[in-house]
Design a binder for this molecule. Structure first.
Ligand code: CP
Ligand code: NVA
Length: 335
């Protein structure tokens, strides 16, 4: 069985939980899994992943479920769209139950505080699969997609156009860790979170990343790829005023021409065709949106293997086997 370099953090709540060499390691494993699917066999044998969702999903749910199946593990879906976590029992009690049966928690939640609470309460890895502030699994898949197309962390630049949202935050953090350039272009008032930007700019002093935040669409000129997302994320309220502010930022053929003829088009999906992107752009040969969707599975399979590597578990005292708890309980009883 292949061994996977352990990750220092118990959890992946945001991209900045990862060091540069850890991102490189996950991406190398992901590329290897994609090239050699036979390497997946048994990688998650005997392991159960709890997947809880407070919001809808196609890609995240499917990619984790199919990925766990291919690695010989089990993914259990818990639907919380009608009953938020923390309502029936505390978030901490919820987590302390789940860790008695499962080896990791995958959570899509409204508030970052919920995944942070689960991470604090449990010994097992907690993976954030989208909250109000971050979407690190999406960023890992996006990095894999960019590398496949010849992106260089040392000298390429990604352009974000639209809302300065959760996906945007994870890509800014990714740039700051890896050292690539990112130009974020938003309407006035929809810039990314100021704290995340300043932390990322500080991190860039080490990595050499160039992070630019602007309202000027002209700044995307020469970017390797143009990335957009929904103008209104899940859980946000839409308004006519918001829509009119975003209209000039729709990614259409004219906007892509500013980036240049070779610029790729990226979107985490789901896309709202005719709003943030036109059909001709998302359906163009420069569009890599379905590669991004496929790579969710490869990147997450790799992430699970690194987080659940025996060395990672040993060093953090995580419970990858419920027997860990049985043993502890027996010792407590005897004492
Ligand atoms: N990109 C993404 O997270 O898709 P889903 O919302 O369908 O999971
Ligand atoms: N920003 C979007 C991403 C969906 C995958 C949202 O939060 O709804």
């Amino acid at each position: 069985m292949t061994s996977f370099e352990p990750i220092g953090s118990k959890d992946l709540l945001r991209m900045s939980d990862l060091a540069q060499h850890e991102v490189h390691g996950i991406l190398a494993t992901a590329a290897n899994f994609k090239r050699n699917p036979a390497q997946l066999t048994g990688a998650l044998a005997g392991k159960s992943i709890c997947m809880l969702f407070e919001k809808p999903s196609l890609r995240t749910r499917m990619s984790f479920e199919v990925g766990a199946f291919r690695m010989g593990g089990q993914a259990i879906y818990l639907d919380h769209k009608d009953s938020p976590i923390g309502k029936r029992e505390t978030i901490s009690d919820y987590g302390k139950n789940i860790e008695r049966w499962c080896h990791a928690i995958v959570a899509r939640v409204h508030s970052h505080a919920t995944v942070a609470g689960l991470a604090t309460a449990t010994h097992i890895p907690v993976i954030n699969t989208l909250c109000d502030m971050h979407h690190p699994c999406q960023a890992l898949a996006d990095l894999q997609t960019l590398l496949e197309r010849g992106f260089h962390f040392n000298h390429s630049r990604l352009a974000w156009v639209g809302d300065g949202n959760n996906v945007c935050h994870s890509l800014i953090e990714a740039a700051s860790i890896l050292g690539f350039g990112i130009t974020v272009v938003t309407p006035k008032g929809f810039e990314p979170d100021a704290t995340i930007v300043s932390q990322s700019v500080a991190r860039s002093m080490r990595s050499g990343a160039r992070i630019e935040i602007t309202n000027d669409i002209g700044a995307i000129q020469g970017a390797f790829a143009v990335y957009t997302d929904a103008w209104t994320s899940m859980g946000q309220t839409d308004s006519a005023a918001k829509t009119s502010a975003f209209e000039p930022y729709r990614v259409d053929r004219e906007l892509m021409a500013i980036a240049g003829p070779k610029a790729l088009f990226m979107h985490c999906l789901p896309a709202h065709r005719g709003e943030e992107v036109t059909d001709e752009v998302i359906d163009s040969t420069n569009s890599v949106v379905f590669d991004q969707a496929e790579n969710r599975m490869h990147a997450q399979n790799a992430l699970l293997c690194h987080l659940l590597s025996p060395q990672a578990v040993a060093s953090k005292g995580s419970a990858t086997n419920p027997a860990h708890f049985n043993t502890r309980t027996q010792e407590t009883t005897r004492a």
